[in-house]
Design a protein around this ligand. Structure first.
Ligand code: ATP
Ligand code: MG
Length: 514
């Protein structure tokens, strides 16, 4: 706490001048910016044009405009319009209204979803704010798809997205003693967090509810201009992350914005403006009031999107990891520069490389990396002869997961996978004859093998054994049997190995890598 306070003072700026959106936007004509329609998803263009042709305003907004200006490939394309959700629904057959607190339209094109949001009046948590409802509460019908393939991206979301919040929003709101702003449909809890907001508005009101200036630019399909109410274009050019409005108020309204700030700092290499950064040290504890399912989603966005290693540094530097995964943060602080930290950073770097190359990345492997330290610590608190016992490993995984669950929801399929990955380690390190070959078809083999490679690289498992498993996957089946036989013949007594490399049997300390 004191460290973080000192840090926040360093970041503090004496003159706080909140950014207020101008009454009129600065309109940047097509000739003066670099966004070309050839970089925009054809499906997003279809949606924009159909809205425009029906007489509505239609803009691309948010991260996609920011990324296009930065020359990056946007992850998704979001549309903002003055059409009401029901009007949007009438325009698109392949459209479904979602959202418990506020209605959004999802237009489906196979795997791609274009999210269409009606301009909203208040500063409110936005698109990413709530996990999607599984079904539209008002009409349970399945979406009609213009294009039959796929199911509108739910599959893609499945591995990454958390289970829907177990408690419905309204009961959460009641617990938090909310107050209702009588002039609107806004609802806040006692910390200033917005719980409900469903007030439609105009574009110049909509800009207030967005988080950072860089995320608040509108690309107008009517003339291909960019509308900038907040100096977002300059901030993007200067790689500066600034909250719109008073930073303290905006973080109180939605504490997840602190995690978003860290994410954009890591992902885009932006600097957080000192005024925006300053309250984080004081307000980060408010993350404790955010639904744990939402925190799990944010964690995946931080660590599985190709900038995980940098996210970890930023999260630690800003004292945010302490809120999200306190046991992980405490372990890393207590063993700074140690083998577990190296394993984590190396594993995150590997995961980043996979994500950037478009290869699959899994929450299970990420959790194994993050929880490695706490799991090792629990195992090492047992007598060394138990370190390889299956029951000890499973129990340590369960306990580490339970501790993490106090803050974020870890869906069961991921915690089970984590436990399997760790349980497979001793069996991979000490394969027993031909039976060991059955592990090759174990559903968790690949993840467990990747973890073994990483451990071997850091001297936490035998490099020869890791190489054996690499080779056995490359040779024909009969050769695999021969390899297993040869290994069984040459095998000596099973050595005991500590899991974090902190201590060997007999108390001899392994030299720290730092
Ligand atoms: P990414 O590249 O990760 O998709 P993004 O900026 O597009 O980044 P989204 O979560 O997709 O982020 O949200 C789209 C837009 O909605 C944001 O750019 C921002 O304008 C607004 N927004 C999202 N979440 C919030 C929030 N918690 N508070 C305020 N505005 C938000
Ligand atoms: Mg986005």
């Amino acid at each position: 706490m004191s460290n973080a306070q000192a840090e926040s003072h360093e970041l503090n700026s004496p003159q706080a001048r909140p950014v207020a959106p101008a009454a009129k936007p600065r309109v940047i004509p097509r000739a003066e910016h670099t966004i070309s329609r050839s970089h925009i998803s054809p499906n997003a263009l279809r949606v924009l044009y159909r809205l425009k042709d029906a007489g509505f305003q239609a803009f691309l907004v948010g991260g996609c405009v920011r990324d296009l200006l930065l020359g990056l490939d946007p992850k998704d394309f979001d549309v903002a319009t003055d059409a009401l959700p029901d009007q949007v629904k009438r325009l698109f057959r392949n459209c479904r209204l979602v959202g418990r607190r506020f209605r959004l339209a999802h237009v489906f094109f196979g795997q791609e979803i274009i999210e269409v949001a009606t301009f909203r009046a208040a500063s409110a948590p936005s698109q990413g704010e709530e996990p999607l409802a599984d079904a539209d509460p008002e009409d349970g019908e399945a979406p009609e798809l213009d294009e039959p393939e796929g199911d509108g991206g739910r599959d893609a979301a499945e591995e990454g997205a958390s289970a829907p919040e177990s408690a419905p929003t309204h009961s959460f709101a009641r617990e938090s003693h909310p107050s209702i702003d009588d002039d609107s449909e806004r609802m806040f809890d006692e910390t200033g967090r917005i719980l409900r907001d469903n007030v439609y508005g105009t574009i110049d009101e909509d800009v207030w509810r967005r988080d950072f200036t860089a995320n608040s630019l509108y690309y107008n399909i009517a003339d291909f201009s960019i509308w900038d109410y907040v100096g977002g274009v300059e901030d993007i050019a200067a790689k500066r992350l600034r909250l719109i409005g008073d930073p303290q108020t905006r973080f109180r309204e939605d504490p997840v914005r602190m995690l978003r700030a860290a994410r954009f700092e890591a992902k885009l290499g932006f600097d957080i403006d000192p005024e925006t950064a300053e309250p984080i040290g004081r307000l980060r504890e408010l993350l404790g009031g955010v639904p744990p399912a939402r925190l799990f989603d944010e964690m995946l966005k931080l660590f599985l999107a190709g900038h995980g290693a940098r996210s970890l540094e930023v999260m630690r530097g800003r004292g945010l990891l302490q809120q999200l995964l306190p046991d992980v943060d405490a372990y890393l602080t207590a063993h700074s520069g140690g083998l577990v930290e190296q394993l984590l950073m190396k594993g995150l770097a590997n995961t980043d490389a996979r994500a950037v190359a478009g290869r699959p990345v899994t929450p299970t492997f990420l959790l194994a990396l993050l929880l490695y330290g706490p799991i090792a610590e629990i195992i090492e608190s047992l007598p060394p002869q138990r370190w390889h016992e299956l029951s000890a490993i499973v129990e340590a995984c369960d306990r580490a997961v339970r501790l993490a669950q106090a803050h974020l929801t870890i869906p069961r399929r991921f915690s089970l996978g984590l436990s399997e990955m760790f349980s497979l380690q001793p069996r991979l390190e000490h394969p027993s004859g031909r039976r060991a070959l059955r592990l090759l078809t174990h559903p968790r083999f690949r993840a467990a093998y990747d973890l073994l490679l990483l451990r071997a690289e850091l001297g936490l498992a035998s490099p020869e054994m890791a190489r054996w498993w690499t080779r056995v996957q490359e040779v024909p089946q009969e050769e695999q049997g021969n390899m297993a036989d040869a290994l069984a013949q040459s095998a000596g007594p099973r050595p005991e190995r500590p899991r974090s490399g902190r201590r060997r049997r007999g108390g001899r300390r392994r030299p720290r890598a730092s």
